[in-house]
Design a protein around this ligand. Structure first.
Ligand code: F6R
Length: 581
């Protein structure tokens, strides 16, 4: 959460480029933004509360600038709490959490006049106080960050030393190497329009950018290190909204092609993945939020297709199961961003006990992918909307393929997925979307909505709830179809909308139970049934049904958001990449 971006170079449009590039990191947080640029008079800071896409930056010539788009953690959404933060001659932008900041803030309150409630300002203070001892900027930074507990990435400018300093521990930082400028950002889309040649900063490393030169250090040894230039494959086009009003609908519609892209895995990579799973004494599949629901669907695929029981745990709940993670355990991490803090903590633990880390991630260059023995790329292109859509179906596609590979029926799985991809292509059309919009129109003012599903559609009922909650703010809840009568059915009143996933006999019985208590039933299934008040048809995808059944719900959630007057791309209180615990 929070996007940080810095530029140094031989040309003078650094501040403008930071401002423009930072808009591509807005998905990481959109509470406020700020830019610091180096001018002849010193470092000038501009900050505004609100989204950077609604902001304006007066044009200023500068060779160097840093910027920040904030997702508030410590302190409310105010100008004072916005980044960059200055203490003395030190200016800092920060992504992450300084967990023990209060201890230092309390100690320093007599020395430093803090202006914000943030943990970030305390980092600036620590660096400033080190500098007062007469040491070099790199020494001041090295010593100051030793006090920080937690995951973070910072960019630092000093009034009296040109250049930008960067330190990473846990939160992503990637350098972009242009001809006239060097870029450093939380994510590649910040500078992808300018260059696709990158260096990855790893944990406990520091970089110093000046003009187009960069020096790297290992913070533990203090030694200089060299980095390999890597060309990333994304093009800028695919990170753009194009003709669509929102990224969310663009990404939903892209599922016409993205399933087919996710299917297209290197066979030897899949084989290596399966080999590691078969060798393992135990398998955990972890993820957060929507990715956790993709993991749950994968659990059903493994059970139903491969007859293999795997353990699925929300990454944030792995603490209780750590004792079972040993050298012969395989940890499969599912993550769109590959940067989620709850997952990376498990990965670090897995590394410490020599467990095997495998991953399914959309960002092939992410920290997770780089830490994995085998990282299968989801290949759906940048996902910018906060609500995950095309990445979810891409993740489940790979989960499904893996279950078939485990069962030695890879080609059969491939065939089912190719059929599903073709059917999804036919299903998503303007008439289908209009029909779903009319359903959204009917229920847009309801404050409660329930979703039920059975088997591998149960995780999709949970996923449906997340999708509807996060963009429309309707209280949506998903249940295993058979569980409803064990309590939650008490919530059903006359007119309560209930989405029923599937038309198998037992689920239909559950739908009838709901209807007889007054519920209005929206069926999402391959076949129509008289119990449905509304029917959203989905093609038959055999065992891969979750992949197709989730799509109408994504479209429904999108239209709920629009009809209720919300921005589906940037829902309140959320950010795309959750790099704090
Ligand atoms: C919801 C959503 C989140 C993410 C979760 C994990 O639509 O996108 O629940 O799935 O924050 O993020 P990644 O997949 O980047 O690890």
């Amino acid at each position: 959460m929070c996007g940080i971006f810095g530029i140094t170079g031989t040309v003078t449009d650094a501040a403008d480029n930071v401002f423009v590039g930072l808009k591509n990191l807005e998905y990481r947080g959109y509470d406020s933004w700020g830019v610091a640029l180096r001018s002849h008079e010193g470092i000038e800071i501009t900050k505004q509360v609100g989204k950077i896409s609604d902001g304006e930056l007066a044009t200023s010539l500068a060779h160097e600038a840093v910027g920040h788009s904030r997702w508030a953690t410590h302190g409310g959404v105010t100008l004072e709490n916005s980044h960059p933060h200055r203490v003395g001659n030190v200016v800092v932008v920060h992504n992450g959490i300084f967990e023990n900041y209060l201890e230092y803030k309390t100690k320093l309150e007599d020395t430093i006049e803090f202006k914000s409630e943030t943990d970030s300002e305390v980092i600036a203070a620590l660096i400033y106080l080190e500098l007062q001892k007469g040491v070099s900027p790199e020494e001041a930074l090295t010593t100051a960050v030793q006090n920080i507990e937690g995951r973070f990435a910072i960019l630092v400018m000093f009034d009296d030393t040109p250049g930008i300093w960067a330190v990473r521990r846990g939160s992503p930082l990637i350098l972009g190497r242009g001809d006239e400028q060097t870029f450093i950002a939380s994510d590649i889309p910040a500078f992808l329009e300018k260059t696709n040649v990158v260096n990855y900063l790893d944990d406990n490393q520091m970089a110093y950018l000046y003009n187009t030169d960069v020096d790297f250090w290992d913070l533990h040894t203090g030694e200089k290190i060299t980095k390999r230039n890597i060309e990333v494959e994304w093009d800028f086009e695919s990170a753009d909204k194009g003709e669509h009003p929102h990224f969310m609908i663009k990404e939903i519609l892209e599922q016409k092609e993205t399933i087919a892209r996710a299917i297209n895995q290197e066979r030897d990579q899949v084989d290596e993945f399966i080999k590691a799973l078969k060798k393992a004494g135990g398998i955990y599949i972890i993820g957060c939020g929507t990715a956790h629901k993709a993991a749950m669907a994968t659990e059903y695929f493994f059970a139903q297709i491969a007859g293999k029981k795997v353990n699925v745990v929300a990454a944030s709940e792995m603490d209780a199961f750590k004792t079972f993670v040993r050298a012969n355990t395989a940890i499969v991490c599912i993550s769109q961003s590959g940067e989620t803090a709850d997952i990376m903590e498990v990965v670090e633990y897995a590394e410490s006990v020599d467990a095997t880390v495998l991953s399914i991630t959309n960002v092939a260059s992410s920290s997770l992918a780089r830490a994995s023995k085998v990282a299968l790329p989801v290949k759906v292109g940048p996902e910018k909307a906060v609500a995950s859509t095309k990445a979810t179906t891409g993740q489940m596609t790979i989960g499904f393929l893996l279950a078939h590979a485990y069962a030695d029926t890879f080609n059969k799985g491939l065939g089912i997925l190719l059929g599903a991809a073709a059917n999804i292509n036919d299903m998503i059309n303007p008439r289908y979307e209009e029909h779903i919009e009319s359903v959204a129109q009917e229920f847009k003012d309801n404050e409660n909505l329930f979703i039920i599903g059975r088997g591998s559609l149960y995780p999709m009922a949970l996923e449906a709830a997340i999708k509807i909650q996060e963009v429309s703010y309707i209280h949506a809840q998903g249940f295993a179809a058979g569980e409803l009568k064990h309590g939650p059915i008490a919530l059903i009143e006359k007119g309560t909308p209930c989405i029923v996933l599937g038309d198998d006999q037992e689920t239909i019985s559950n739908a009838i139970e709901l209807k007889s208590r007054g519920a209005v039933i929206i069926g999402i299934s391959t076949g129509e049934h008289e119990v449905f008040d509304h029917w959203l048809r989905v093609p038959d995808a055999e065992m891969a049904q979750p992949l197709v059944s989730v799509i109408p719900i994504q479209i429904l959630a999108y239209h709920f958001a629009l009809l209720r007057g919300h921005d589906p791309d940037m829902p309140r209180n959320l950010a795309k990449s959750v790099t704090v615990k």
